[in-house]
Design a protein around this ligand. Structure first.
Ligand SMILES: NC(=O)c1ccc[n+]([C@@H]2O[C@H](COP(=O)([O-])OP(=O)(O)OC[C@H]3O[C@@H](n4cnc5c(N)ncnc54)[C@H](OP(=O)(O)O)[C@@H]3O)[C@@H](O)[C@H]2O)c1
Length: 400
């Protein structure tokens, strides 16, 4: 028999089955509106997806290998109504766009999350430029976004940590980068090797749970690397961005005297968050200002900007034995080689423990997450372009 005949017969067999199972899934969906919506929606989704997966397998098994692709594409085409909105790129260097993409399905060990909010980080556009290829595999279309919050809608086989209906947040950095948080849904392994996920602590606003993860964990980790003690002074370069607004608070709460760079428009905000002094780098050089503000020098420098020249100038004001930590690769080999000080470039580590720590602080009301801007998913490409231009005053949120 010709392969195309096989395809036709396979479709004939599968379509009625498809229709029946789809109607069951729809029944479940309506039922979901009456009882525990998220739980039943998870079941309905799982049922529908299992049905489609199952039918694709059935089609493939009925046909000789050459006809397999045709029939699978047929079954796939019937799922077109199950697309979701996501912001993605089709290749490295592409501008992000809002696309209709197929719904993800949780495989073994994976969870399906219905996202509520995402937040923007510089690593989002670094990923679309290919900057993370040495850490992680990528698959296109590549959906942007690492940070977010959402409810679990379905579980793959063997998931232990979470249940359907859990509200979780964190850095959704999967083993393969493909599904990001700028989307209606994503799938991810329950315990990602690079990221960190947990249930949202009681009393935490989901918006802030989405805004916190990467910036909060980084502020926590960088300050730990610095190891400054209460009573010492710390210069923070880039204090007005996502990491800076949190690092300023954490440092001030540890009893450090914080000297923060901030343009005039952000001065008040940064002082309210705990900075003892601010330096407007738009109108003065940090080098000149430090001579007045910290004549005896500072004990530590936290660099969130990554300008090696500016950092080298600031480090001239570091006391002997002082520490410099840059999260933006601002420490050059030359700076690291200086015997008088200790200078390192820091990459975020130990994420689950750090996420737990900063989110507990947020839940206890001891940390503020300033939200600079909130946009809808449709506006995310424009918000990313704006964030790339600079001027962040805290975090930008994406409402899904
Ligand atoms: N190593 C890691 O694991 C890690 C983790 C997280 C983030 N990062 C990196 O850390 C950096 C900061 O992240 P973020 O999320 O805080 O970024 P962000 O939200 O975009 O904030 C950057 C801030 O720096 C300010 N700024 C820019 N140039 C400055 C200068 N010359 N002097 C003082 N301030 C300046 C910006 O304000 P104006 O534009 O108004 O000047 C803005 O407020 C990024 O490069 C990011 O990729 C690294």
């Amino acid at each position: 028999m010709h392969p195309s005949d096989w395809t036709g017969r396979a479709r004939q067999f599968v379509r009625p089955l498809d229709a029946l199972l789809r109607s069951c899934a729809n029944e479940l969906r309506s039922y979901a509106q009456g009882i525990g919506r998220s739980l039943a929606l998870g079941l309905a989704r799982e049922g529908a997806e299992h049905q489609v997966r199952h039918n694709q397998v059935a089609v493939r098994e009925l046909m000789p290998p050459s006809a397999g692709r045709d029939a699978a594409e047929g079954a796939e085409a019937e799922r077109k109504d199950e697309n979701m909105k996501a912001v993605a790129v089709n290749s490295f260097g592409d501008p992000p766009r809002v696309l209709d993409l197929p719904e993800p399905e949780p495989g073994p060990g994976e969870i399906l999350v219905g996202l509520q909010f995402a937040s923007i980080n510089p690593v989002d556009w670094a990923a679309t430029a290919g900057a993370l290829t040495r850490f992680t595999k990528h698959r296109f279309p590549l959906i942007l976004g690492f940070d977010g919050v959402g409810r679990i809608q379905a579980l793959g086989a063997g998931v232990q940590r979470f249940a359907v209906g859990d509200l979780i947040h964190g850095q959704f950095w999967g083993d393969v980068l493909a599904f990001g948080t700028y989307a209606q849904r994503l799938t991810i392994v329950e315990q990602p090797a690079f990221g960190a996920l947990q249930t949202v602590p009681d009393g935490v606003d989901p918006r802030l749970a989405a805004a916190l993860p990467t910036a909060g964990m980084t502020a926590d980790g960088a300050l730990e690397q610095l190891g400054c003690q209460a009573g010492q002074s710390l210069l923070i370069l880039g204090a007005t961005g996502g990491v800076g607004v949190l690092a300023t608070q954490l440092a001030a709460q540890t009893g450090l005297t914080v000297i923060a760079t901030a343009r005039a428009d952000a001065r008040e905000q940064i002082q309210r968050l705990g900075a003892a002094e601010t330096i407007d780098y738009g109108t003065h050089t940090v080098d000149d200002e430090l001579t007045t503000v910290a004549p005896g020098g500072v004990h530590g420098v936290l660099d969130l900007v990554g300008d090696p020249e500016g950092l080298a100038a600031a480090v001239r004001h570091l006391r002997d034995g002082g520490r410099v930590v840059s999260i933006a690769s601002g420490v050059t080999d030359e700076l690291a080689a200086q015997k008088r000080i200790i200078a390192i470039n820091y990459v975020l580590d130990d994420k689950p423990a750090r996420l737990r720590r900063v989110s507990e602080r947020l839940a206890a009301g001891r940390l503020e997450v300033p939200v600079d801007r909130e946009v809808a998913l449709q506006q995310a490409p424009e918000a990313v372009a704006a964030a790339r231009q600079g001027g962040a005053r805290g975090k930008t949120l994406i409402r899904i």
